[in-house]
Ligand binder design. Structure first.
Ligand SMILES: *[C@@H]1O[C@H](CO)[C@@H](O)[C@H](O)[C@H]1NC(C)=O
Ligand SMILES: *[C@@H]1O[C@H](CO)[C@@H](O)[C@H](O)[C@H]1NC(C)=O
Ligand SMILES: *[C@@H]1O[C@H](CO)[C@@H](O)[C@H](O)[C@H]1NC(C)=O
Ligand SMILES: *[C@@H]1O[C@H](CO)[C@@H](O)[C@H](O)[C@H]1NC(C)=O
Ligand SMILES: *[C@@H]1O[C@H](CO)[C@@H](O)[C@H](O)[C@H]1NC(C)=O
Ligand SMILES: [Fe+2]
Length: 462
């Protein structure tokens, strides 16, 4: 009797000890109990306010900007004119009433099946001063529209800067909620966009008019702050049955990236520095095996990252490497196998991915081994590894991914099937505050948050 009681006590103690141990080891994964209303996500009709065509003859529409060089002294301004090419000139200056500088860009046009695009203008303006508000105008000589943007501060280790992260946005009513929610954060200065933009390819013949409507929808943000573009699978538009055999055709014509500045040979993988961050953009849908251009570029890019100058190393890629949802399960695995050792070696801080229409944040882990029969997996806790964040929850027409693998794997710190966006707020070289913001749906429920400490500058404490 006494013996049995002792045994029971010691079993209890062992259980308790192992509970405490596992809790300290992986901080306990959380699957949020909050469940968003799972209604269908419906695309906003073409006559919605957000898609309104600006008035005036040949008025520029779909205005968007992105970083135009490595350090942030250049901006690529893009827009579309519908009726005739018009002017590719951008007038700009630091005073609202005196746009005393001028740059001339170029226009392009493409056909997709039986669709013909408008005149797509791209103009890179260079030699901008850091940390300065610029006003600019397009549509010179016809209908003039004016906007403004602010250049980033000079690259340096202690420059605070706030990024927004959005993925898989699409053009539903939920997309509009996500964008409005993001815009309500007055601090966020640049969007890191993790791929899948318009979802035009869900329409018959990939109706490219939905590429136009998407760009008009997001103009209220993209004309005023740079969005750093990552290509997703919905950018491929590869449709041999329509005679469309050139991958990324619409995306490539509409959204330029400053890839040459970082010695890349294709627009889908490149890097930029902004304030205290070095941002590497990768392409899940371009070859990345050994000896490929992307592989060789990344191999040369990582040693160039100078953590004394840019303490924060951020990677954007569309297909997640760690994902515990039953959607796109293990799709990122081949790329993880190719590149993960480098990410650990170079201590990447965080990898943002999209693709899965839900939210998930991982602990710092690496070298996961899968049992592909029963989906069990064994990741290795690794303080040199990045945190992986899936943020494909912008709100597109395909709806939420709500089916998760069970039990929640130990690498998964937090997961929730809700729409939202994230904010990565760099405070200084050692600290960054990360928050995930669920679209509220009328209910006040907490999202996810985490302090990032920089392992280059605070190696002991993390
Ligand atoms: C393109 O073809 C579709 C049918 O395949 C048709 O509905 C649409 O009107 C056509 N568009 C143009 C611009 O010809
Ligand atoms: C989209 O959101 C904006 C800003 O919140 C709002 O003014 C607009 O009416 C919304 N449009 C639709 C179609 O929901
Ligand atoms: C790294 O950046 C620091 C600070 O800007 C600079 O002093 C140093 O020379 C750079 N190192 C290399 C190898 O470029
Ligand atoms: C969730 O996904 C699993 C694996 O694909 C499938 O077997 C299961 O039926 C799905 N559950 C629901 C509710 O869709
Ligand atoms: C960096 O930011 C963190 C968080 O705001 C703060 O606690 C810390 O004191 C800052 N470090 C320096 C050197 O200012
Ligand atoms: Fe995707």
């Amino acid at each position: 009797m006494e013996l049995r009681k002792n045994m029971r006590n010691s079993i209890f103690l062992i259980l308790l000890a192992s509970l405490v141990l596992s809790a300290t080891r992986c901080k306990g994964g959380v699957t949020s109990t909050y469940r968003r209303r799972l209604g269908a996500s419906v695309d906003m009709p073409l006559d919605s306010d957000v898609f309104r065509v600006p008035t005036g003859y040949n008025a520029p529409q779909q205005v968007h900007i992105t970083q135009g060089d490595v350090n942030g002294n250049a901006v690529i301004v893009s827009w579309v004119t519908p009726d005739e090419p018009g002017s590719s000139v951008v007038l700009y200056g630091t005073s609202k009433h005196n746009l005393d500088k001028m740059e001339t860009g170029k226009h392009t046009q493409y056909k997709y099946y039986n669709y013909t695009s408008g005149f797509i203008h791209h103009c890179t303006i260079r030699h901008l001063k850091f940390d300065t508000k610029y006003y600019y105008a397009v549509g010179i000589g016809q209908t003039v529209r004016k906007f403004w943007f602010k250049t980033p501060p000079e690259v340096g280790p202690d420059v605070p800067y706030t990024f927004g992260i959005i993925g898989d946005l699409g053009q539903t009513y939920d997309s509009n909620t996500t964008l409005s929610h993001y815009e309500s954060n007055r601090k966020a200065e640049t969007v890191l966009y993790v791929g899948d933009l318009s979802y035009a390819d869900n329409y018959p013949d990939h109706d490219n008019n939905r590429w136009d409507s998407w760009a008009r929808f997001v103009e209220r943000s993209t004309a005023y702050q740079p969005w750093i573009w990552t290509a997703g699978n919905h950018e491929l538009d590869f449709e041999p049955s329509l005679g469309e055999k050139e991958p990324f055709k619409p995306f490539k014509h509409r959204y330029l990236t400053p890839y040459r500045a970082s010695d890349s040979t294709a627009p889908f993988w490149y890097s930029v520095k902004r304030a205290s961050a070095h941002i590497i953009v990768l392409s899940s849908y371009s070859a990345y095996g050994k000896y490929t251009p992307q592989y060789r570029w990344l191999e040369e890019e990582l040693p160039k990252v100078n953590r004394s100058e840019t303490p924060w190393l951020i990677v954007l890629v569309h297909s997640p490497w760690y994902n515990s949802y039953n959607y796109h399960y293990m799709e990122g695995e081949t790329m993880r196998v190719m590149f993960e050792p480098w990410f650990v070696q170079y201590k990447v801080d965080v990898v943002f991915a999209g693709h899965v229409h839900a939210y998930e944040r991982s602990h710092r882990i690496s070298d996961i081994a899968y049992n592909i029969v029963n989906k069990n997996c064994t990741p290795v806790p690794n303080e040199d590894a990045p945190v992986y964040i899936t943020i494909g929850d912008g709100g597109n027409i395909e709806g939420l991914a709500a089916n998760m693998t069970e039990p929640q794997p130990s690498y998964s710190a937090y997961r929730e099937a809700s729409f939202g966006h994230a904010i990565f707020e760099i405070k200084n070289r050692t600290h960054a505050h990360y928050t995930w913001h669920r679209n509220q749906d009328g209910e006040k429920v907490a999202g996810d948050e985490e302090w990032f400490t920089n392992r280059h500058w605070l190696p002991a404490s993390n």
